[in-house]
Design a protein around this ligand. Structure first.
Ligand code: F6R
Length: 609
């Protein structure tokens, strides 16, 4: 969703701001803008891509040593130039991520005080509110602090004023914001990837922080106004990690990065001979040893990872587990269990629904919290007692791929740890699982080699409007994930069902125009699955089966089979069966000519409810 970049330097900051915005494009946006202070405020805004903002800045020869920039994903007001950030009031300008819930009340108060509004956004009230206080104190930090104290909702804001041409003020609550530290230059951004070309030294702001940033100084104040130290982190990410390289799309690159991402994620475990709770934090043995149930809270693809884990946990660790859609959880009356482990799963670590669900779980007295997350120092990792970092590296494509399979890897480790703590693993099983994990990246590489076969299938999908995905048991959530991938990037309507449910309704949809994609591992349900497939064939449905090598389903005119190398892969089978589905949706989207990395209407980090 929205992105923020700001800079104060001795050099021209316009290229830094534009490159930062370009690096935030993956989050999803529909307009972009910047303000530079060079004598007065110079504002350039543009609907559409950062490239057109860049062209406009070049045409207008915008340059200066301090500025703020923004990509906007419309919430309040259409994606028009007048609604694009920065918003200005008097001589100051503001960029904002998040949603101000009391904006209507503030708007009428500010109108009463004589301010007129040029946009429909909630952000503009922030600009005028700061200006109101600035008129009184003539101090940008003081005015921002006072205005921030009146904002309800979530915000990360950056503020500059033409009266203070060496001063960048920012504040955050509910939306992420960090400060990048350079040499005689400093930066702000909503996401570290925006700053990687200029610095890897970052300071994450905490809830309620306000910061005053100059060329040589960074002063941070907490919500109570006390000057505080926030630790400096060296980001492990490098500028080129977020580059496309030889790939056509980030999604394709990220699908192919999975063997590496899994190797890195599993490193902590496979280098050991024994399963160890400390993979989840130094006090994990104590916390995990006391839990008697697991509740997962997550959204979208991360929710599907949670669903897979519920099967693993009940079967291998013998612990009751259930997965909740995070956006629903806090609005229903649930029965809290203080001994339940609350596990949030998130690629970004900043999904508003998941964060709110975690806070709700805690408010119900459930304080044994763990997050499985791809972003260190994200809101979710900071709000959880235990954490497991997936080491997928930055995921730029909106459709989650490598984040999902690395989440599954982390969740499988959690399963093993809980199984061991509960006395459910023999030493031989422990060795067996670790050995299987060691060979997972290689097996995944072999599955990736099936891409030409998957691509050949995709040609048949380009003219389809609907598709049905089937799976059984632990592969049902993989069918859900396959359907989500197909719909989000190719816009083909897709549904997923446990294959046994077909005859209870969805079979009515099956005809020759409905491709039925089926996951067919050679597990204990294969016999039943084959009967379900006969039900489809008997209604004229065309089958696309992703099968284990030894499953014994043969090709025929209306039955297409892609065989994974070797036989059944035991508990790790869902991870391997995911990859052909990712490749299928990628190639189907290519056939349809959609914007693979930035599908319409979607954003990468969903930071609003
Ligand atoms: C789908 C997708 C989304 C995310 C969901 C949660 O491909 O990417 O469904 O999985 O928005 O996001 P995170 O994992 O960042 O919490």
């Amino acid at each position: 969703m929205c992105g923020i970049v700001g800079a104060v330097a001795q050099r021209n900051v316009v290229p830094i701001l534009l490159e930062g915005l370009r690096r935030l494009e993956y989050r999803g946006y529909d307009s972009a803008g910047l303000v530079i202070i060079n004598g007065g405020l110079q504002r350039v805004r543009s609907i559409g891509r950062v490239a057109s903002l860049t062209a406009d800045c070049a045409a207008q020869q915008v340059h200066g040593h301090i500025g703020i920039a923004h990509t906007r994903w419309a919430t309040h007001g259409a994606p028009t130039e007048s609604n694009a950030h920065p918003h200005v009031s008097g001589g100051l300008a503001v960029v904002h991520n998040g949603i101000i819930e009391n904006h209507e009340e503030l708007r009428s108060r500010l109108k009463g005080a004589g301010f007129s509004f040029a946009s429909e956004t909630d952000t503009e009230v922030i600009a005028h509110l700061i200006e109101l206080y600035y008129r009184q104190s003539k101090d940008l930090l003081d005015a921002t602090r006072k205005a921030a104290a009146e904002l309800e909702g979530a915000y990360a804001i950056g503020v500059v004023s033409e009266d203070s041409p060496n001063r960048l003020v920012c504040a955050r609550k509910g939306s992420p914001l960090l400060i990048g530290l350079g040499i005689e230059e400093n930066f702000i951004a909503s996401d570290v990837s925006a700053l990687l070309p200029v610095t890897q030294r970052v300071m994450y702001l905490e809830e309620g922080d306000v910061a005053d940033i100059g060329l040589l100084s960074v002063n941070v104040f907490d919500a109570a106004g006390n000057k505080v130290d926030r630790s400096v982190h060296i980001s492990e990410l490098s500028a080129d990690m977020a580059e496309l390289g030889n790939y056509r799309h980030f999604m394709q690159k990220e699908i192919h990065e999975q063997p590496r991402a899994l190797t890195d994620t599993l490193l902590i475990a496979v280098a050991q001979d024994h399963i160890q709770p400390e993979w989840f934090g130094f006090d994990a043995a104590e916390i995990l040893g006391k839990v008697d149930a697991v509740t997962f809270l997550a959204c979208g693809t991360s929710f599907h990872a949670a669903k897979v884990a519920t099967y693993w946990l009940e079967e291998i660790a013998g612990i009751p587990a259930h997965a909740e859609v995070a956006s629903e959880y806090r609005y229903r009356t649930s029965v809290p269990n203080p001994n339940a482990l609350i596990v949030t799963i998130s690629q970004s670590g900043e999904t508003a629904d998941t964060l709110a669900a975690l806070n709700h779980a805690k408010s119900l007295g459930q304080d044994k919290t763990l997050t499985i997350c791809n972003v260190p120092e994200s809101a979710l990792t900071r709000a959880s007692r235990l954490k497991f970092l997936t080491r997928a590296g930055p995921e730029i494509g909106v459709a989650s791929t490598k984040a999902f399979t690395t989440q599954l890897a982390g969740l499988f480790l959690l399963t093993l740890v809980l199984a061991k703590l509960r006395g459910r693993l023999t030493p031989a099983q422990e060795v067996e699982h670790l050995t299987a994990l060691r060979s997972l990246p290689n097996k995944l590489q072999q599955v990736l080699a099936l891409e030409p076969e998957v691509e050949a299938w995709s040609h048949r999908f380009a003219n389809k409007n609907h598709a049905l995905f089937l799976g059984r048991g632990v592969h049902y959530p993989i069918a859900l994930e396959g359907a989500l991938k197909l719909k989000e990037i190719s816009y083909i309507h897709a549904e997923a069902y446990p294959a046994g449910e077909l005859k209870h309704g969805p079979l009515a949809l099956v005809d020759e125009d409905m491709p039925v994609i089926t996951i067919a591992p050679n597990d204990q349900l294969i016999g039943k699955l084959k009967s379900n497939l006969q039900e489809v064939r008997a209604r004229g449905g065309e089958l696309y089966v992703i099968a284990d090598g030894d499953v014994g389903i043969e090709e025929s005119e209306f039955v297409h089979v892609i065989k994974l190398p070797g036989g059944h892969n035991g508990a790790l089978s869902p991870i391997l069966h995911t990859v052909p589905l990712q490749m299928l949706s990628y190639h189907a989207a290519l056939q349809k000519g959609t914007d693979v990395d930035k599908p319409r209407n979607l954003a990468k980090s969903v930071t609003v409810e």
